[in-house]
Design a protein around this ligand. Structure first.
Ligand code: AMP
Length: 274
């Protein structure tokens, strides 16, 4: 595995590569969720590039940019063991210059749910993903369904800008109790982790209701909110179509049920595709 920190080094390292390139962009502190994306990229491509970059432009004022876990040595080992070909770990000045040309999230889909609670987050996310997709020359890029709205917006960017890359959605990886893995879970103590299970429990409850014939979104959301009482603060519970339009009734095969809530320090998100 080659570790590169500058754009120039990345371009050089890529010159030696042949065949398809699978790319996995991350912010590091890698866990099994990231690893599942990397393994899928490894299975489906000749070459695998992983990036680890804590992107400042997608953090809002007052968010956890400085506290965000950084574990370069462990991340390097994980990538090495997973058979990654190039690990790209750029500094901020490699990725940005002052007074940049910016790409903006779409006015509706980019400013509901996560976009409403974290205005500007998706602009920064799309900006860095555009850069990274261009830099990696990826044939395929792998994104987790865990960040469902992010995934939808990246797919839209690729579609709207005719970018020559296939975006591959990957399943959410959870711990044995159901908690969706996240680098931010490291902020929680044992008691908070126990309470954090109410997010996945609320989604399981919703799934059960749908399976027993209850399709009304308001009724499902009300039950979910009851289950979510162990969270410190629920930011939203939403039932949307796969392209993020609010649904009054669940449509099998075209629904995402999402939840965002604070438990202790972290703000957690989770969802289920129905
Ligand atoms: P992050 O490092 O949080 O920016 O995540 C990098 C990529 O890993 C994104 O595409 C995430 O959606 C994905 N990811 C994060 N957590 C999980 C998880 N528990 N299961 C599947 N994918 C995940």
């Amino acid at each position: 595995m080659v570790i590169v920190r500058t754009v120039e080094e990345l371009q050089k390292a890529k010159e030696g590569l042949e065949g398809s390139i699978g790319f996995v962009p991350t912010m590091g502190a890698l866990h099994q969720g990231h690893l599942s994306l990397i393994q899928r990229a490894r299975d489906e491509n000749d070459q695998v590039i992983v990036s680890v970059f804590v992107n400042p432009t997608q953090f809002l004022e007052g968010e956890d940019l400085d506290a965000y876990p950084r574990r370069e040595a462990a991340d390097t080992q994980i990538c090495e063991r997973a058979g990654v070909d190039i690990l790209f770990m750029p500094t901020i000045d490699q990725m940005y210059e002052p007074d940049e040309l910016c790409i903006g999230a779409p006015a509706i889909r980019g400013y509901i749910l996560e976009g409403e609670k974290r205005p500007g987050h998706f602009d920064g996310m799309l900006q860095v993903v555009m850069k990274l997709l261009n830099l990696s020359s990826a044939t395929r890029a792998y994104f987790g369904k865990k960040d469902a709205q992010q995934l939808a917006l990246v797919m839209q960017m690729v579609r709207n800008y005719f970018m020559p890359v296939e975006i591959v959605p990957c399943e959410i990886i959870r711990d044995e109790k159901g908690l969706a893995l996240s680098s931010r879970n490291a902020y929680m103590n044992a008691e908070e982790k126990r309470r954090a299970l109410c997010l996945s429990r609320s989604l399981k409850r919703a799934t059960k209701m749908v399976m027993s014939g209850e399709f009304d979104a308001e009724t499902i959301k009300k039950e979910m909110n009851d289950v979510l009482q162990e969270a410190d603060q629920v930011e939203y519970v939403a039932i949307v179509s796969r392209d993020f339009k609010q649904l009054e009734r669940v449509e099998i095969g075209n629904t995402i049920i999402l939840v965002a809530a604070w438990v202790g320090k972290p703000r957690l998100i989770d969802n289920i595709w129905i």
